[in-house]
Every structure is written in C-alpha cells, then in structure tokens.
Ligand binder design. Structure first.
Ligand SMILES: [Zn+2]
Ligand SMILES: [Zn+2]
Length: 115
C-alpha cells in the first residue's frame, strides 16, 4: 500500500492511472468532444461570414453610405448580400451593398425586395 492515490484502469485504454482515464486518453477525449461541438454548431466562418466578408463590409461601409433601399434615409450600418449566401452568393464587393439594420434584417434571404 505505497501509493496514496488508488490506481484505476483507464476507461479507454485500460492502462492504470490516477483518474478514470489516463492523461493521454483524457486529452484525446476532450479534443474529440470539442471537435463534435464545433461540427454541430456552424461557426460564422462556416456560414460564409468569413475574413473576406468582414474586409469587404468594412470597405463598403467606409465612407458612411446610406441604405440601398430607395427612400430609406437611415445610415447603413451593415451590408446586404445582393445574391444571398444561401443561394450561392459570394462575399465579393460586387455582391455587397450598404443597408440599414432594418432593411438588411427584413429582407433576409428573399430576392424580391424590389418587387
Ligand atoms: Zn488511456
Ligand atoms: Zn433602410
């Protein structure tokens, strides 16, 4: 009875350790859980709001433009995808236009705003 801590068999590899899993298996298990979480919840990057989007949004909004909707006098605080990402649109400058928060949100993924 030398050891102050009981040795347990690792639940994954069976090696004796001082926890329910040996350090190597505990680390591997934590990593795979993190991967699973990341896969289940798509990051903004995966949805298309990536570095290119952020860069081009800053360019579009750089000189304080007005909302793209005719008659709307609100300052644009966001950008609208002319062709939505969900329909294959890109984050390139020619697919982005300045929009106020209301018009960007209300248009959502519809193409028929002008109709
Ligand atoms: Zn192990
Ligand atoms: Zn607007």
């Amino acid at each position: 009875m030398g050891s102050p801590l009981p040795s347990l068999a690792c639940l994954d590899c069976g090696k004796l350790s001082q926890g329910s899993r040996c350090p190597a298996c505990a680390t591997a298990r934590r990593r795979s859980k993190e991967r699973q979480r990341a896969a289940h919840r798509p990051s903004p990057y995966q949805r298309g709001y990536n570095a290119e989007y952020r860069r081009n949004r800053a360019i579009v909004l750089a000189d304080g433009p007005c909302c793209f909707v005719e008659g709307c006098t609100a300052a644009a605080t966001t950008v609208d995808h002319i062709l939505p990402l969900s329909l294959g649109g890109t984050n390139e400058l020619d697919n982005l236009r300045p929009a106020c928060r209301r018009h960007n949100a209300s248009r959502a993924n519809r193409l028929d705003w002008e109709a």
